[in-house]
Design a binder for this molecule. Structure first.
Ligand code: 3HC
Ligand code: NAI
Length: 704
């Protein structure tokens, strides 16, 4: 069996190397082999110092998350760390790439620490809903102080090697070859007779009072909204004032508690769902296949989306050619791109040099033929079927036959667009979201013609752009917009007709965990944009009245949202604060009366229940129609692209948490009360009859 830890004797240095691809997770077998290697080194009298390094691109991504639901087994993390800390030889850790979570905790148990200057060190456990459980909450405060430790654990974001050195987390930062630097460091220790230096022997002198805790929480308030893990983190960090053995016992108990929370189950579900999207329905081989190298990208249409997509690729270091048939559009696009980068520089997100470099990566042209040498072309011209067919068929004749042709359409049939070319197998939808350079989600829309190579290239694109990709079959609204329109947003509108106010609906859903309620989202994106999209979508499939009658009426009245200072709310000039507007209530009352709907008091619980259940019901339809391959894909779409609270795991995971028989019973209740749109999805009925869940359904479909 391949070993995941190797041992090498290099004169007085015993080099232990963790080799557990892809990310050197500290699995049970790694822990076993680490202890073996330490024992071997201790028995060898010629070894005077131990050096722990890793192979591959990073030191370690931490504990093996896939083992979390099993008993930890022996040796536990803490046993390995105690073995290191009380080793009679000095132990040095040398970090390259990333040292995260349990990886960093292992490093902190070593007596000396070196990091390559490009390395990053972090405690991302909170993003998984757990607290560091391998001594991190006890050793980190001993090394860098309680407040800095609390900030690092609450943020979950890694710090640079230089920052780590400034904080006292590492002793030295190496510039050149890390192995050479670490070996000389080890030899220096031997020469200077410097021995073990257990971190657990240090004491924490700093205090953590309520004011310090409040200050530490403040910057993370948005990310931690509705969460509970931070309370456990604080409790554990406070325990670092106690003797180490007591502190570690408290940490262990709190870590166990955190592992069992719904929040942690949900966040771990999303973590794996994001990485597994596409590993089913024949996409798996496409995701893993080696797609062609992508260096140059052509974008056709220099509007809002084209400019955003151009920046997304420039950010990833690719060459971008943007074409448009309107010279004024190209000028506007350049201005948008320049001002977006200028604002990133102003906010200190990037330096001026980086901004200049990215702008240099984007060229403009009025001539379509100039993009013949592009490795990939994405069209983002006006949302018009005939226009897009024309553009795609021209691209088809210009670009060599194996290159991917993508459309950014959000409403049109990608299948029909593909048929307009001589090579429909190379046409896909790449559905970017606004703002395309910053949004995390990319829906890959596949048709029945799409080849594995095209899908594989699309996954590569997502990886290059650091976006989460989910495959959707070509259908009304794809995955995300269909669920938004037929479920969540539609129900929010219905609630307005029945008696709720925009403020009430938004607040209820914001309290549930969405960053912004549906009406504020509509005002931000523009009510006209929604109306236009629905008109296009209706050409594919119609929907009976009432269907967004309020939003459409607001559009007719020029109440387009923030951009016109009036939409579902009013906006003071230059302000984004949504102010309730009595005129809107009047409009809603009139539309309700026209439809014979008697308005009544509606409470927040009903608002949340109806919006979320309708999302789940439409999600089930999306699954039974095969538009999404897995329930987990839907969760990824909604947590990464539509603001569904990640700590609730996405709508389908949340449905399982509620219990599907309860979900079905409530859907039936609304179906009896409200009719049509609430017809229960057959899939939910089937799952309930079988005593199953969406998670089980995913497992079955993967094993098929
Ligand atoms: N355990 C198990 N598998 C892991 C893992 C981990 N900690 N981290 C990553 N993987 C797996 C992924 O599932 C993926 O598997 P796949 O190829 O089968 O889909 C593979 O490694 C590659 O991961 P990515 O696709 O994410 O690769 P990237 O290069 O994009 O990112 C990374 C690498 C930044 C390390 C990212 O994977 C990551 O953030 N990992 C999680 C880090 C983390 O949260 N660590 C803390 C773990 S909890 C802990 O340590 C508890 C401790 O306190 C006891
Ligand atoms: P836009 O109106 O801002 O830009 C479209 C651009 O295409 C214009 O600059 C126009 O001059 C150019 N164009 C038109 N015909 C052309 C041709 N024959 N050759 C070259 N250029 C041509 O539109 P926007 O908002 O950027 O949308 C573009 C596409 O992205 C549409 O398909 C839209 O549905 C889709 N989309 C839009 C989203 C949004 O919220 N704006 C979100 C996701 C997708």
């Amino acid at each position: 069996m391949a070993r995941s830890v190797t041992f090498e004797e290099l004169g007085p240095v015993g080099l232990i190397c963790i080799d557990n691809p892809p990310v050197n997770a500290i699995s049970h077998s790694v822990r076993l082999e680490l202890v073996d290697a330490i024992t071997r080194a201790e028995r060898n009298s010629s070894i005077k110092v131990l050096l722990i390094m890793s192979s591959g691109e990073l030191f370690s991504a931490g504990a093996d998350i896939s083992e979390f639901d099993r008993p930890e087994g022996e040796p536990s993390f803490q046993q390995v760390e105690a073995r290191i800390e009380f080793c009679h030889l000095p132990v040095v850790a040398a970090i390259h790439g990333l040292a995260l979570g349990g990886g960093l905790e292992l490093v902190m148990a070593c007596h000396y620490r070196l990091a390559h200057k490009n390395a990053k060190l972090g405690m991302p456990e909170i993003t998984l809903g757990i607290i560091p459980g391998a001594g991190g909450t006890q050793r980190l405060p001993r090394l860098i102080g309680m407040r800095a430790a609390l900030d690092m654990i609450l943020s979950g974001t890694p710090v640079s090697a230089l920052d780590a050195k400034a904080k006292g987390l590492v002793d030295e930062v190496a510039e050149g070859d890390l192995r050479d630097a670490a070996l000389s460091f080890c030899k220096r220790l031997v020469h200077e007779r410097l021995g073990p230096r257990p971190t657990c022997d240090r004491t924490v002198i700093e205090d953590l009072d309520d004011a310090a805790i409040a200050a530490a929480l403040r910057p993370h308030a948005r990310a931690l909204k509705g969460r509970t893990t931070q309370d456990l983190v604080i409790e554990a960090i406070k325990a670092s004032k106690l003797p180490f053995s007591q502190g570690i016992a408290i940490e262990t108990a709190l870590a166990q508690k955190s592992l069992a929370t719904r929040e942690s189950l949900a966040l771990r579900h999303v973590f794996f769902a994001e990485r597994e999207s596409g590993k089913s329905s024949g996409v798996s081989s496409a995701k893993q296949a080696q797609p062609p190298w992508i260096r140059r990208v052509a974008i056709i249409g220099a509007g809002t989306m084209g400019s955003g997509i151009a920046m997304a690729f420039a950010d990833a270091g690719l060459e971008v050619l943007v074409t448009d048939n309107d010279p004024a559009a190209l000028t506007r696009s350049r201005e948008i791109i320049q001002s977006t980068y200028a604002s990133s520089v102003k906010r200190r997100r990037i330096t001026q040099n980086i901004a200049d470099d990215r702008i240099r990566h984007i060229r403009n042209s009025l001539v379509l033929a100039e993009l013949a040498d592009a490795d990939l072309a994405i069209e983002a011209v006006f949302e018009d079927m005939e226009l897009k067919k024309d553009v795609l068929s021209k691209l088809d004749s210009i670009l060599p036959a194996e290159r991917l042709l993508a459309t950014n359409t959000s409403t049109l049939s990608v299948t029909e667009l593909a048929r307009a070319t001589a090579h429909p197998e190379r046409v896909l939808g790449l559905h970017f979201f606004v703002p395309a350079h910053a949004s995390k989600l990319l829906e890959i829309v596949r048709t029945e013609y799409a080849s594995a190579e095209s899908l594989s290239t699309a996954f590569r694109v997502a990886k290059l752009l650091k976006k989460v990709a989910v495959v959707s079959r070509d259908a009304f609204g794809f995955i995300g917009n269909r669920m938004m329109l037929d479920g969540y947003f539609r129900e929010a509108e219905q609630l307005l007709l029945e008696g709720a106010t925009p403020r009430q609906v938004d607040t209820a859903l914001e309290n549930f965990g969405f960053a912004m309620g549906p009406q504020r989202v509509s005002d931000l994106g523009g009510n006209d944009v929604g109306t236009k999209a629905r008109v296009q979508l209706f050409k594919r499939e119609s929907r009976p009245d009432p269907y967004f009658v309020i939003a459409d009426r607001l559009t007719e009245m020029g109440r387009l949202g923030q951009k016109t200072g009036r939409g579902f709310y009013g906006y003071e000039s230059g302000s984004r604060d949504a102010v309730p507007d009595p005129e809107v209530i009047g409009i809603i009352e009139k539309l309700a009366a026209e439809r014979g709907i008697l308005r009544r008091e509606i409470n927040d619980q009903e608002i949340v229940e109806r919006c979320i259940l309708s999302l789940i019901n439409v999600g089930s339809i999306v699954l039974e129609k095969g538009i999404a391959a897995r329930a987990a894909d839907i969760d990824v779409v909604w947590t990464s692209g539509y603001g569904f609270p990640r700590h609730l795991g996405g709508p389908m995971f949340y449905a399982d948490t509620l219990g599907l028989s309860h979900v079905l019973q409530r859907i039936r209740h609304y179906y009896e009360k409200l009719g049509y749109y609430w017809r229960p999805a057959k899939l939910i009925e089937r799952l309930v009859a079988a005593g199953s869940s969406f998670e089980q359904w995913d497992r079955n479909s993967i094993s098929q």
